[in-house]
Write a protein that binds this ligand. Sequence first.
Ligand code: ASP
Length: 428
Amino acid sequence: MKKKKIPLYAKILIGMGLGLVWGIAATPFGLAEFTHDWIRPFGTIFINALKLIAVPLIIVSLIDGVSNLSDVSKLSRIGGKTIALYISTTVIAITIGLVLVNLIQPGKLLSQEKQDYLRENFAADLDTSITAAHSTKDTGPLQPLVDIVPENFFGAAADNTNMLQVIFFAILFGIAMILANKEKIQPVKNFFDGANAVILSIVDIIMKYAPIGVFALLASLNIDLELMAALGTYSLNVVLGLALMVFLIYPSLLKIFTKLKYTTFVKGILPAQILGFSTSSSAATLPITMDCAEKNLGISEEVSSFVLPLGATINMDGTSIHQGVSAVFIAQAFGIDLTLSQQLTILMTAVLASIGAAAVPGAGIIMLIIVLEAVGLDPAGLALILAVDRPLDMLRTSVNVTGDSAVAAIVASSEGELMKVIPEPNQS
Ligand code: ASP
């Protein structure tokens, strides 16, 4: 009898389940040190491998994708749709967060004692976050635009937090290839075609290791159930917002704009969602998101290689919901009632904050400081929610990845480039 092969996503799910159980049990069973010394490094190796491939992947696949576009007008059409969809979904996400937190009012449930306790306990963590946010903030209004154009290519590519600069260079390179003399650039084109195939094959190799990597990451999380329970209502509020996005907004958008069944969509991108959850980083997940979009949803490389790297960097629906809920929650916990115009300020700054947030663990909470300061709230209020940020970060990153993929599917469908070839599910 032929042995049935367990698909990769099932192996990753098993790794995730075992990792969570280990993460909860490690401390009570006295295994915390063992986990830290002997299990955690395997998770770090996995994340390093993903980060390692991120910059080469963006450069090669974006140059390849853009240069394959027949003309610059197609690029600006796809670009326009992508940005419009990214901004719309972000605004919808923050609005959902704001409406929910105003209805549920989780902040009003916190006792004064609990607030004091949390504030004292996380003050040290907070100082670092506040310094980091200020270094982002102390610049002119056009600084984000200036930051997109790198002054040195290698400087930009040497640092995984400068993805937007790398994207800028790759798009410029791709456009130049469309405009240049076809014959002359043919060798360059062949090179990028080949390099793209090599990089995708590296991604496949890394993915084979994913079940172990995911297990190790979750096992070393040190999950503190008591604290999670204390901030349960707030967390549930965020989770409810995220769930609305995943179970209502994305299915509706896909239904309106594509012929793709939502179950097919979710099944296709499940490995990317799980990786987003385990790594808390959309950037680290990007190689897999692209792999799933192309192989499992049949999104053309042309679309996925443009829409997804950009989305991982600027489109964060999960982070947006979290920003809306958290800002109002902190105000409630301090006994401050925010006016409608203050809530609108939250909406606007949260759009910018989610665009500006790096696609790495904990970036959302750093950018939250800017939102809090915009409505005159003491950023020290962050201390209240730092304790539960990691699990929420895992969930929101998973939603961020889902949002990018949904937009990629919609853009691809509008270009007639979705499910062109009915793909084999990715089982490698
Ligand atoms: N970790 C998130 C991401 O990579 C960003 C955040 O902290 O919200 O998408």
